[in-house]
Design a binder for this molecule. Structure first.
Ligand SMILES: Cc1cc2nc3c(=O)[nH]c(=O)nc-3n(C[C@H](O)[C@H](O)[C@H](O)COP(=O)(O)OP(=O)(O)OC[C@H]3O[C@@H](n4cnc5c(N)ncnc54)[C@H](O)[C@@H]3O)c2cc1C
Length: 495
């Protein structure tokens, strides 16, 4: 199979890129489950943008830099912020109905924002965006969709001056291995949350893009910066259900078991301090008991309307937001680093691009400002589409003929066990508080053994390939964490 633009992943980054590039050539989307299965579909809070007269570019840039501990690439931040409003209006043109009041976009606030600048749809913004993008992609004549197709390996060939060039991917579909060749390949495979025992990310977030890219020489940057969302619901669900930061934005307070508002003396922004600060404060409080969100002062009518999804979910779990405290705990949420790209999404491998959470644009620095990730995915994938050139020549090479997969249930079971071990190691050693000596002496050797065991397996199937990707990325994270000797943003080193 051959295509102009080969998009791997069907979250906001992949679908938006597909729609943009379909104006210029044939697009094929490969996604490992159904189209809607993505982190995007889980996003609750909204998208940040400069949309109100009280706000300006400088403030949004400064808030982003401050949240990122000034470790960000300022040029990339400015580029994203300047293109933020245009990106929102494009979504509106596609059919996304953001909440409005008196004909004007309603804007909410989240941690680290100095202004109300987050456009939203109830507490299910991601679901609404995903629904509209999926609809538009499905009706587009230039877009071919391959669901339940797992991208396993990036195909490369040496181009002029022996530079590595990406020519497509190898996928597993219907129990066969196939090759898809493309002029340009786009990694939009999302995040890494599933590497951790506790996460808000759905099962697709197994870091495949970062692992595959690292295998062909892409630069992977700053991946030790994993954002832990402070307020996942502290109930035994997988993934952990998120209690959006907008709940605090609308007045909820964090309290400990004694009812003390412990954020008061931690940070000037109190409950709306940047996520790393709140997650670490909760982590400390949890040594002495549970932590809760308290929004009991709001009326039932208001909560049902403003947070319909959260209200219903809690009700099912017998938590009444108007009467009960909501138990919360930090969980792995967002990968701030990733595959290094320039402002066009170009990686250091020719004809390979990366967008969205899988990429490192430099926008987030050492910690992401809330609601900047959907924005980053949109702005950067919009930009590249303007500069695309299809119809480059692909050398027909050895990659062909589908192969039938050999089943090996014993090895699949072993991979499943190793997956659980990876999650435990990452949660213990690369979680909210990190001990560098233990990372070096215990976590890295254990992860190296797991990676080797997976590499030596005879069979190939999605379970084994996915677990292998998890081990590869985990090792990269552990090694980067070990190299960063001082605490910065969401990388917090135990003294
Ligand atoms: C609970 C939750 C709430 C959030 N709330 C917000 C918010 O309010 N605002 C905000 O800005 N951000 C929020 N985020 C973060 C944001 O949702 C993500 O960063 C963003 O959606 C990532 O989009 P993406 O397109 O890069 O990846 P995703 O949406 O995760 O899509 C990745 C796609 O790649 C596919 N894929 C992965 N590996 C393979 C493979 N090997 N082969 C084929 N396909 C593959 C997946 O199946 C999926 O379709 C939230 C995240 C979560 C989990």
């Amino acid at each position: 199979m051959q295509t102009n633009f080969l998009v791997i992943g069907s979250g906001i980054a992949g679908l938006n890129f597909a729609l943009q590039s379909a104006k210029k050539g044939k697009v094929t989307i490969v996604t490992k489950k159904k189209l809607i299965d993505s982190n995007t579909n889980f996003a609750q809070g909204g998208i940040a943008a400069v949309l109100d007269q009280t706000d300006n570019f400088e403030k949004h840039v400064e808030d982003t830099l401050k949240a990122g501990s000034y470790h960000n690439n300022k040029k990339a931040v400015e580029f994203m912020v300047r293109n933020s409003a245009e990106a929102i209006y494009r979504l509106i043109d596609l059919g996304v109905e953001f909440q409005k009041e008196n004909g004007k976009l309603s804007l909410t606030k989240e941690g680290g924002h100095s202004e109300r600048r987050i456009a939203f749809v109830g507490d299910y913004t991601g679901k609404e965006i995903e629904k509209i993008l999926v609809k538009r992609v499905r009706e587009h004549p230039n877009i071919l969709i391959l669901e339940n197709a797992f991208a396993m390996r990036l195909l490369t060939q040496k181009s002029l001056f022996q530079r590595n060039s990406c020519v497509g991917i190898q996928i597993i579909r219907k129990n066969k291995i196939e090759n898809i060749l493309a002029d340009q390949t786009i990694l939009s495979t999302g995040g890494v949350g599933q590497l951790f025992l506790q996460t808000t990310n759905p099962s697709i977030a197994t870091s495949d893009g970062i692992a595959m890219a690292s295998q062909i020489g892409c630069t992977i940057k700053d991946i030790e910066f994993i954002q832990f969302h402070p307020t996942a619901l502290n109930k035994n669900t997988s993934p952990k259900f998120l209690i959006s930061e907008t709940v605090r934005g609308e007045g909820a307070k964090l309290v400990n078991e004694k009812g003390e508002r412990f954020m008061e003396n931690v940070h000037p922004l109190k409950d709306l301090a940047p996520r790393d600060v709140v997650a670490q404060a909760i982590y400390q409080q949890q040594k002495n008991g549970q932590v809760f969100l308290d929004i009991r002062h709001k009326s039932r009518e208001y909560l049902k309307k403003r947070f319909p999804q959260i209200y219903e979910k809690l009700k099912k779990l017998k938590i009444d937001m108007t009467k009960n405290l909501i138990p919360v705990t930090p969980a792995a949420h967002y990968e701030c680093g990733g595959i290094e790209v320039d402002l066009n999404g170009q990686t250091n491998v020719k004809n390979l691009f990366a967008f969205g959470e899988v990429s490192y644009t430099g926008v987030h620095g050492a910690n992401r400002l809330a609601s900047n990730s959907l924005l980053e995915a949109l702005v950067f994938s919009n930009q590249i589409a303007k500069n695309l050139i299809p119809h480059q020549k692909i050398k027909q090479t050895k990659f062909n003929a589908p192969k039938i997969l050999r089943k090996n249930s014993k090895e699949t079971l072993l991979a499943e066990r190793l997956k659980q071990e990876i999650k435990k190691i990452m949660w213990e050693y690369a979680g909210i508080v990190r001990n560098l000596k233990r990372i070096k002496k215990e976590a890295i050797p254990r992860m190296e053994r797991i990676a080797k065991e997976l590499k030596n397996m005879n069979g190939t199937n999605q379970e084994i390939a996915e677990t292998s990707n998890m081990a590869i990325t985990s090792l990269l994270i552990l090694k980067s964490a070990y190299k960063r000797k001082k605490s910065l943003g969401c990388h917090f080193v135990e003294k």
